[in-house]
Design a binder for this molecule. Structure first.
Ligand SMILES: NC(=O)c1ccc[n+]([C@@H]2O[C@H](COP(=O)([O-])OP(=O)(O)OC[C@H]3O[C@@H](n4cnc5c(N)ncnc54)[C@H](O)[C@@H]3O)[C@@H](O)[C@H]2O)c1
Length: 263
């Protein structure tokens, strides 16, 4: 939570829709101005998120590029801080999913998965820490992991491996950045009803020859809360990780899944 006359800024990648959008709206409610980062094709979504942030009385700016390109990530920070001032929180949320049996995964698809979900998060952690150190300020870095960082899903092997990597990177970055008063944590959502799960359901049901929607539906049986998550469930955890109540926490990847996995 930010006090009213203090300006604080959060950069969120993949903020045009889904979990990233919910995080942008929640952090705006918490008092942050928001740098909304996404790919150029998501311009309309980004504009809609900027409107939603401004309706909450906070400032917002859109920045466009690909997290797998380190120059784009550095530009997100440069353009965003030029518009909104010093950075306090960086949420490396952007990610992609692919559903394929390991035996069928093509090298180009595997490269893209590793580029976005591992290198993209790596470049975000690096750019965030560089900015906090240049500002001579503390800061909070937050990454998007997943329940598959603890127990993989079959047919999502490459995706699962990248999220396991985010968990490891989060621990290593916490160790390296602690001396700069930077904390690094990750959130590990379960099954969240977003466009990403629409894609996963479509691919799983196609591979299995089962009705569309059934792959998502059967996940509910394994969730103690009795429902799939909504993006706002995840945004509540990210709110905690972005604020002072999590100051004594670093290196953690926190499950937020309604009760699927236990760490
Ligand atoms: N939906 C789930 O069930 C779930 C579960 C666990 C973890 N996650 C993770 O949470 C994050 C958000 O997931 P979501 O469900 O909201 O996904 P989503 O597909 O709905 O949204 C992802 C956003 O990231 C953007 N993006 C994709 N590639 C990008 C790139 N290279 N550079 C910049 N932006 C890019 C997209 O344009 C989109 O706006 C992802 O890292 C995902 O792996 C999601």
């Amino acid at each position: 939570m930010v006090t009213q006359n203090q300006r604080s800024t959060a950069l969120i990648t993949g903020a045009g829709r889904g979990i990233g959008r919910a995080i942008a709206e929640r952090l705006a409610d918490d008092g942050f101005d928001i740098i909304v980062a996404d790919v150029p094709e998501a311009k309309d979504n980004v504009n809609s998120v900027i409107d939603a942030v401004q309706q909450r009385g906070r400032d917002a700016v859109g920045v466009f590029g690909d997290v797998s390109n380190p120059d784009d990530v550095a530009r997100f920070v440069a353009e965003g801080t030029t518009a909104l001032g010093d950075l306090h929180v960086f949420v490396a949320n952007a990610g992609i999913a692919q559903v394929d049996p390991i035996l069928d995964v093509e090298p180009a698809a595997l490269d893209r998965m590793l580029d976005v979900n591992i290198k993209g998060v790596f470049y975000c952690y690096q750019a965030a820490a560089r900015q906090f150190i240049a500002q001579k300020s503390s800061g909070k870095i937050i990454g998007a992991a997943s329940i598959v960082a603890y127990r993989p899903f079959p047919l999502l092997a490459s995706y699962s491996a990248t999220k396991w990597a985010v968990r490891g990177l989060t621990q290593a970055a916490a160790m390296e950045f602690a001396k700069h008063k930077i904390t690094v944590n990750a959130y590990a959502p379960g099954v969240v009803g977003t466009a990403m799960w629409d894609l996963i359901d479509e691919r799983l049901t196609t591979l299995e020859g089962t009705p569309r929607g059934s792959a998502l539906e059967r996940q509910v049986d394994g969730i103690l809360a009795g429902r799939v998550s909504v993006p706002e469930d995840v945004a509540k955890l990210v709110s905690f990780l972005s604020g002072p109540d999590s100051d004594h926490m670093t290196g953690q990847t926190v499950l937020i899944d309604g009760g699927i996995n236990f760490a």
